[in-house]
Design a protein around this ligand. Structure first.
Ligand SMILES: C[S@@+](CC[C@H](N)C(=O)[O-])C[C@H]1O[C@@H](n2cnc3c(N)ncnc32)[C@H](O)[C@@H]1O
Length: 258
């Protein structure tokens, strides 16, 4: 893969969001193929599983959080790792029209599902090599996908490149709760309850695997301090991190004005 265009010199040592998970794939090089096949294979179940997993609150939250961080009319948004288009749909609802929203994802299966509910342009591609010119978007969103990137430095620098000066990046993630009791509860929910519910509700072994993988990537993910450090080193300013309910992580960064 080519290195992202980088105004600050060499990209340097890669920062993977989590170590190789040998239970699922053998080496770093095999990660992307595994992840894309997993999302291709579970795309038609994704919205159902997400709806159940978030107890029905996921779409309300995506709309709310976009507005909270300043997304609104007159802005052009790229939803990176759009999947079935859940964040893009929230953005279209805020704007009341779909002309200013684009979704991007490497999984053809996820994009096919997205096309069923969205009429915005959907582009097949990866965050590490975004097919857009510099200074193009006012707002970039990336929902629950940071854990799937090959190299956080490359991904986030590429995001900065295509943002307009003063444009904003919003990353949504799930993080491990700090309290031991909450961490135990969440682990049981993600590791035991959700995979079982996904299997019973969809009849798909792949959907069960997706939920198992989901938890393992959360459990192994680098800490928030590392993500904040990569955002700052990648040239973002006004970098911030907020956790809601001990679980919902929101990272923001702004591309400096000229
Ligand atoms: C958990 S889904 C998130 C979907 C949606 N953003 C949401 O809010 O639910 C993760 C998505 O990240 C995508 N993805 C994985 N690797 C990626 C990469 N390198 N670049 C962009 N997207 C990637 C997957 O194909 C998948 O659709």
């Amino acid at each position: 893969m080519r290195k992202a265009r980088d105004q600050d010199g060499p990209v340097g040592t890669p920062t993977a969001p989590h170590p190789v998970l040998k239970k699922y794939y053998e080496s770093e090089d095999a990660r992307h193929g595994f992840v894309t096949a997993l999302f291709d294979g579970t795309a038609r179940h994704y919205d159902w599983v997400c709806g159940v997993g978030s107890l029905g609150s996921g779409q309300f939250y995506r709309r709310w959080v976009l507005r909270h961080y300043g997304f609104g009319s007159g802005m052009r948004l790229l939803d990176v790792a759009t999947g079935t288009g859940l964040v893009a749909r929230a953005a279209v609802r805020i704007l009341g029209e779909d002309g200013a929203v684009i979704g991007l994802d490497p999984s053809g299966g996820m994009l096919r599902e997205a096309r069923k509910t969205l009429s915005v342009p959907l582009v097949q591609g990866r965050v590490e090599e975004l097919p857009f010119g510099d200074d193009h978007f006012d707002f970039l969103s990336m929902g629950y996908a940071l854990r799937h990137m090959a190299d956080l430095k490359v991904a986030l620098r590429e995001c900065r490149r295509i943002l307009k000066p003063s444009g904003r990046l919003l990353l949504l993630e799930i993080s491990r709760p700090r309290s031991a009791v909450a961490r135990w509860l969440i682990r049981v929910y993600f590791q035991k309850v959700l995979p079982l519910v996904a299997r019973l509700g969809t009849g798909s072994a792949q959907a069960e695997l997706l939920m198992r993988y989901y938890w393992d990537t959360i459990a192994e993910c680098v800490p928030p301090e590392t993500i904040l450090g990569v955002l700052r080193a990648g040239g973002f300013v006004d970098v911030g991190h907020r956790v809601r309910g001990g679980l919902l992580s929101e990272y923001v960064g702004v591309k400096p004005a000229r």
